[in-house]
Ligand binder design. Structure first.
Ligand code: SF4
Length: 173
């Protein structure tokens, strides 16, 4: 059945769900008050869906910019790389009905172009991509994507809305 509104995935914490590592949310007003009127949201929290708990030890991208691991921020003995990689090997294929995705910036799972990577405890970049965001974008290169910080730029926001509309029309044809 044809959807009236475009289906858009969103990092679940942006919707106000308390799924972050610290048991809190990251409610985004633009998502909740403006975009919710235009899109039907499909909430996705990769870390929860992969099987991690709330709260959970914070993790960060570590060891390599090209092929980083997901290692505990405070406890480097924690390594959830394989758990997340297994999830990323399957979940993106199930999201082929989306017109777009709104990611939470800086997250080691969800960040789009803003995630820090650490090598020997030193931050070597702050423009990397979280493991889930990377997998989803590789699986669906035409997906219209944005991260929460970019929503504050009116031009980027309008462009995102327009591109979603075009994608949705294409999907409905
Ligand atoms: S940033 Fe992504 S992984 Fe982290 S709490 Fe939000 S939805 Fe979950």
């Amino acid at each position: 059945m044809k959807n009236d509104k475009p289906l858009v995935g969103v990092s679940r914490c942006l919707l106000g769900d308390a799924v972050r590592y610290d048991g809190r949310s990251k409610s985004n007003t633009i998502v909740l008050e403006k975009l919710s009127q235009l899109f039907e949201f499909i909430p996705v929290c990769p870390e929860i869906e992969a099987g991690l708990s709330v709260p959970r030890p914070p993790v960060q991208l570590t060891g390599s910019i090209k092929n980083p691991k997901l290692i505990g921020r405070d406890n480097p003995a924690i390594d959830v790389t394989n758990i997340m990689q297994r999830y990323c090997n399957t979940r993106p294929a199930e999201l082929d009905h989306l017109s777009g995705f709104i990611f939470k910036s800086r997250s080691p799972s969800c960040g789009l172009n803003s995630t820090p990577v650490f090598i020997n405890k030193v931050c070597v970049t702050e423009t990397s991509r979280g493991l889930f965001a990377k997998s989803l974008c590789e699986k669906h290169p035409d997906l219209v994507v944005i991260e929460d910080t970019e929503l504050e730029d009116k031009n980027l926001l309008e462009k995102f809305i327009q591109l979603i509309s075009v994608s949705h029309q294409g999907n409905s044809d």
